[in-house]
Write a protein that binds this ligand. Structure first.
Ligand code: SF4
Ligand code: SF4
Length: 352
């Protein structure tokens, strides 16, 4: 049985970015205040970083879509927040000073950054495992149409967001027509070898719930999705990961507007699972913002909760200092309950 309709991301089909509407929640400080006012207990776990294994680079907020649940507040209007070539070079220099084996490139739609291919190429040359976080539909836009083959030549791993394997749930979050485009993009990726069990051409789908409830059991969903997408559309993928929706940005706006905010925060807090803490992504990931500011994770980045050295100074890629970063404490707030609920949630999916 599915969730009640009132708990789903329903509403007018199209949305726009909070920034373009000058909505109060465009302010990160306002988002944190709203979460504080829910009255749920503060997040108390003290988190310390482990060795950096994943160097995550958010190259900007520009996106060809404007999904209702977006934690980035990305959209076609977000052209101002775009990582420059100079900052890309600083990222590469910093990467060379870490032992991170994986570079995780995200956005927005990262492929729309003019320096995206250069960044990927440089990371591949360094022997890194490179992940592109792709929204699928961008692969059908003019300058990106050759990307499936380009990725395949370089062995780039693709992690594609697709809210659901059924059309209705996907289009509710992402807009009408998204599902068909996503299927066409999956066909293109399959055509060059992705999603067929080849470890060099790995295609992962990333699911997030279509409403104010936690992600379901990953293994059973993966079986269901594989079957559903193969039988109905003839497309395949290698693995499914499931993320909880974070109560920030546009999903926070929807939670408030639909009257689900308090119940959702209680759901997250009541489902707190201490077994997830050791595997939280903020412990082994360093997140770089489009302007070079450093964060413990992409969620903290959107809330402008900068990583801080032990003396309180904000960390920035231009004065990257691995030893000082290793001595920091991770910045937490109530949104962190989104990562520790149930089986946990991270860019790599469930934790525990
Ligand atoms: S959720 Fe992803 S695809 Fe959707 S608007 Fe945000 S960045 Fe773009
Ligand atoms: S939002 Fe999640 S990953 Fe980020 S600091 Fe909080 S617990 Fe860690």
């Amino acid at each position: 049985m599915g969730a009640p309709e009132t708990d789903k991301l329903i509403g007018p089909r199209a949305t726009t970015s909070l920034v373009s509407r000058a909505a109060p929640l465009a302010s990160a400080a306002r988002q944190l205040q709203v979460l504080e006012r829910t009255g749920v207990a503060p997040f108390k776990a003290t988190l310390r970083p482990a060795a950096v294994e994943i160097f995550q680079i958010n190259v900007g907020k520009l996106c060809n879509m404007t999904c209702r649940h977006c934690h980035v507040d990305a959209g076609p209007d977000r052209t101002a927040e775009m990582m420059s070539r100079e900052t890309v070079e600083l990222c590469l220099a910093a990467l060379d000073r870490t032992a991170a084996a994986t570079v995780d490139i995200t956005g927005g739609a990262p492929e729309l950054n003019p320096h995206f291919r250069y960044l990927v190429e440089q990371c591949v040359r360094r022997g890194k495992r490179v992940i592109d976080r792709c929204n699928l539909t961008v692969l059908l836009t003019g300058p990106c149409r050759d990307l499936p083959a380009w990725f395949a030549e370089r062995g780039v791993e693709i992690v594609c967001s697709l809210p659901h394997y059924r059309k209705r749930n996907t289009d509710l979050q992402r807009g009408d027509g998204t599902f068909e485009k996503s299927i066409e993009a999956l066909e293109r990726l399959n055509a060059v070898g992705y999603g067929q069990g080849n470890p060099r051409l790995r295609l992962t789908l990333m699911h997030n719930p279509a409403g104010a409830y936690l992600a379901g059991d990953r293994a059973s969903m993966e079986r269901e999705w594989k079957q559903g997408l193969k039988d109905n559309y003839g497309v395949s993928f290698d693995a499914l990961i499931a993320l909880n929706n974070m109560p920030i940005s546009r999903f926070l706006e929807w939670l408030e507007a639909s009257g689900n905010l308090h119940a959702y925060m209680e759901t997250l807090v009541n489902a707190y699972n201490p077994a997830t803490v050791a595997g939280l992504m903020c412990r082994n990931t360093l997140s770089v913002g489009w302007d070079g500011r450093l964060y413990d994770c992409d969620f903290n980045q959107m809330l402008e909760l900068d990583a801080r050295y032990a003396d309180g100074e904000r960390a920035h890629i231009r004065d990257f200092d691995p030893a000082r970063l290793a001595a920091r404490s991770i910045v937490t707030a109530r949104h962190c309950f989104g990562c520790t609920a149930g089986a946990g949630s991270s860019c790599g999916g469930a934790i525990a």
